[in-house]
Write a protein that binds this ligand. Structure first.
Ligand SMILES: [Zn+2]
Length: 167
């Protein structure tokens, strides 16, 4: 694939970062940087420009070059670091201590969320709600306990962080 830079009508500078997304550790899911067309990236930085239709997905180095604002630090670096920390937490998520209720349900409170898993026999039902609210944010069924736990993690801590989103 040839990158955007081979098209001379594409603006070189003044791009704005929208978000950074973690495609996961499987290299076959990595995407080719749309700017240079050379590097396969795991952490995709999405940027937009007022004189370009749509968004582009690029690596951190190209993202920083495209923003090219001498006065401002490229925030994409920090967002990528946050996603690296998130991935580390996800890898130990299943080994964390979950409380077992008398009914056989599994629960855990973490970072403002309440995670609940109910063993329904043939499947697991997973619930997520803010620890201080009554409304459920998410509810779904899974074949295994591990799948259910990871799904709840991904809803509570998404693999994509937008510029300006809280910690
Ligand atoms: Zn690139």
């Amino acid at each position: 694939m040839v990158g955007l830079w081979s098209d001379l009508s594409v603006p070189r500078r003044g791009w704005e970062l929208i978000d950074v997304e973690d495609l996961g550790c499987d290299e076959s899911d990595f995407k080719l940087c749309e700017a240079c067309g050379k590097k396969h990236v795991r952490y995709v930085h999405h940027l937009r420009h007022p004189s370009y239709a749509g968004t582009v997905g690029v690596g951190c180095v190209c993202g920083a070059k495209m923003q090219h604002d001498e006065g401002a630090e490229y925030i994409g670096r920090e967002l990528e670091k946050r996603l690296v920390r998130r991935d580390r937490r996800r890898r130990t998520w299943l080994t964390r201590k979950w409380a077992l209720s008398s009914k056989g349900n599994v629960k855990m409170k973490a970072e403002g969320w309440l995670f609940i898993l109910c063993n329904r026999g043939r499947f697991w039902e997973a619930f997520l709600k803010p620890a201080d609210a009554d409304d459920f944010k998410y509810k779904a069924r899974f074949a295994t306990e591990a799948e259910a736990k990871l799904a709840l993690f991904d809803v509570a801590f998404p693999n994509k962080i937008a510029v300006g989103a809280g910690q």
